[in-house]
Write a new protein. Structure first.
Length: 134
């Protein structure tokens, strides 16, 4: 498996537009994209910080993954995503290493990336995402 960099850090928020204000007005970052990913029941906002992005995630459905996360744990870091050169190979490597996969196969995520998640029970409590390099 070849991880090239941290692609993004996902942060669950209750209110996307209020959270964007903090990142722009206090941290001086610029939101360059807002997107809804309907099948994941989430709206996202992205900020570039060097080679890494910050992805804010607002639930569009209280029963969606982000809605449940916020209900259970509150706002905060949701996941860390790593860019990989070969997503199917990275998933296969994780699976043969007895890591529990949330996604057996890649699926479409925000920004058109192919993504897959590893279960936090197998990754020291951290929800881990692999992203294909476009």
């Amino acid at each position: 498996m070849n991880i090239t960099h941290i692609e993004h850090i996902g942060i669950a928020v209750k209110n996307l537009h209020e959270s964007i204000k903090f990142y722009e007005n206090i941290l001086g970052l610029k939101c360059y994209s807002i997107e809804e990913v309907a099948d994941q029941k989430v709206k996202t906002a992205f900020f570039q910080v060097g080679q890494t992005k910050i992805e804010l995630l607002e639930s569009t459905d209280p029963d969606g993954p982000i809605g449940k996360f916020i209900d259970k744990k509150g706002e905060g870091i949701h996941h860390i995503a790593y860019a990989v050169t070969d997503l199917p190979a990275a998933l296969q490597h994780a699976k043969t290493s007895e890591i529990k996969l949330i996604d057996e196969n890649p699926r479409k995520g925000a920004e058109g990336l192919n993504i897959a998640f590893l279960h936090p029970k197998s990754t020291n409590g951290v929800l881990t995402e692999f992203c294909s390099i476009p």
